[in-house]
Design a binder for this molecule. Structure first.
Ligand SMILES: NC(=O)c1ccc[n+]([C@@H]2O[C@H](COP(=O)([O-])OP(=O)(O)OC[C@H]3O[C@@H](n4cnc5c(N)ncnc54)[C@H](OP(=O)(O)O)[C@@H]3O)[C@@H](O)[C@H]2O)c1
Length: 322
């Protein structure tokens, strides 16, 4: 099969190459998926570049996310799954066969049936962003009738955080930096969209009501804003570490009886991942999840796809393996 891989860390254009490899066979409990689209996330360029290297056994076919059709199953897996459309999550977590290839092999539970009518592009965009958004939203219980602040609502995680929160009955306010992103956040269903650069951002959010939970992409940049709008006993959930580490205002956090939570999708308990897959499937089946603007790259152009994500492309970069 055709596959992109790297065997050392470095810039995309230097270390990613397209090769022919033996097509992987599913082992016991696994399925093989013929990949239609492979979704690129920031974690993929960070792992490849060595910023946050992940264990590598000789070589790494990158990308955790993808979608396609199951075409073989291993021992113990229902053969009825052959021919099923599926979206894949965490394909490259501790495994060499990511989704940037014509085929990948994953444990059967990590290839989730894609409901009829859901575009394959959307399926390939779900894994890392939607699973992370789900964990951030639900680690502290239901969101029904809660007020959720999603920082960065036009980002991949932020987008699904808005859509999942709305689907499960929350009121959602979100922040963005410009009108293009505001439009994306409104399309996702946010009840209120605020430009976080506006000096009155805190008042605008507060006018919507006290925030029960913040889904935070930039804790250092936004901590003062979050503290200004979160209710006593509220929760701030952080899932990104791109900026500086914050200086924690302990008295303000203590006075608010604040809960600070951190989420890294690689360490989310498997029961929580299974529940997330069920909830995401229910939301997909109801048409509650949509895709951000899609940017497609051929397998040969995978380095350009990584660079686009690294430089903050608005929307999802997908690699087309054949
Ligand atoms: N912990 C985990 O398991 C996990 C899972 C997925 C992703 N991540 C990490 O989360 C980050 C985002 O991932 P992604 O895929 O969602 O990336 P993305 O699609 O590029 O979205 C990031 C969004 O954050 C916004 N943003 C940046 N600074 C902001 C600020 N100060 N306030 C509000 N919004 C801000 C950006 O828009 P503007 O710059 O225009 O504001 C952009 O819309 C990455 O660092 C990624 O590695 C972690």
């Amino acid at each position: 099969m055709r596959a992109a891989l790297y065997d050392r860390h470095g810039p995309a254009g230097e270390v990613l190459r397209v090769v022919d490899l033996d097509r992987p066979e599913p082992g016991p409990g696994e399925v093989r998926v013929k990949i239609t689209y492979s979704g690129v996330n920031p974690t993929d360029w960070k792992a490849r570049g060595g910023t946050t290297p992940r264990p590598m056994d000789g070589f790494q076919i990158p990308h955790h996310d993808g979608a396609g059709v199951i075409d073989a199953v291993g021992e113990g897996v229902d053969p009825g799954r052959i021919g099923q459309r599926a979206w894949v999550y965490l394909a490259a977590a501790g495994r060499p066969f990511g989704t940037a290839a014509e085929w990948t092999v994953v444990p059967a539970s990590q290839a989730v049936p894609l409901p009829d009518g859901v575009p394959t592009e959307l399926g390939s965009s779900l894994g890392i962003p939607a699973m992370t958004a789900h964990r951030c939203l639900f680690a502290d219980g239901t969101v029904e009738r809660k007020t959720i602040l999603v920082a960065g609502g036009a980002g991949a995680v932020g987008h699904f955080a808005i859509e999942l929160a709305k689907f499960f009955g929350a009121r959602v306010v979100t922040t963005v930096s410009n009108e293009e992103k505001a439009e994306l956040a409104r399309s996702a269903g946010a009840d209120l969209v605020v430009n976080y650069r506006d000096p009155s951002a805190a008042e605008q959010i507060s006018s919507f009501g006290r925030v029960d939970r913040v889904i935070e992409v930039a804790l250092d940049a936004n901590l003062q804003l979050d503290l200004a709008v979160v209710r006593p006993g509220g929760v701030i959930v952080t899932y990104a570490a791109d900026g500086n580490d914050p200086v924690l205002p302990v008295r303000a956090c203590m006075s608010a009886n604040l809960v600070l939570r951190f989420v890294l999708v690689y360490g989310v308990p498997s029961e929580a991942l299974q529940q997330a897959a069920k909830d995401i499937t229910a939301a997909l089946a109801s048409g509650a999840l949509t895709e951000l603007p899609v940017h497609k790259f051929s397998l040969e152009d995978i380095a350009a796809a990584h660079d686009a994500v690294e430089h903050g492309v608005v929307g999802k970069a997908l690699v087309v393996p054949d």
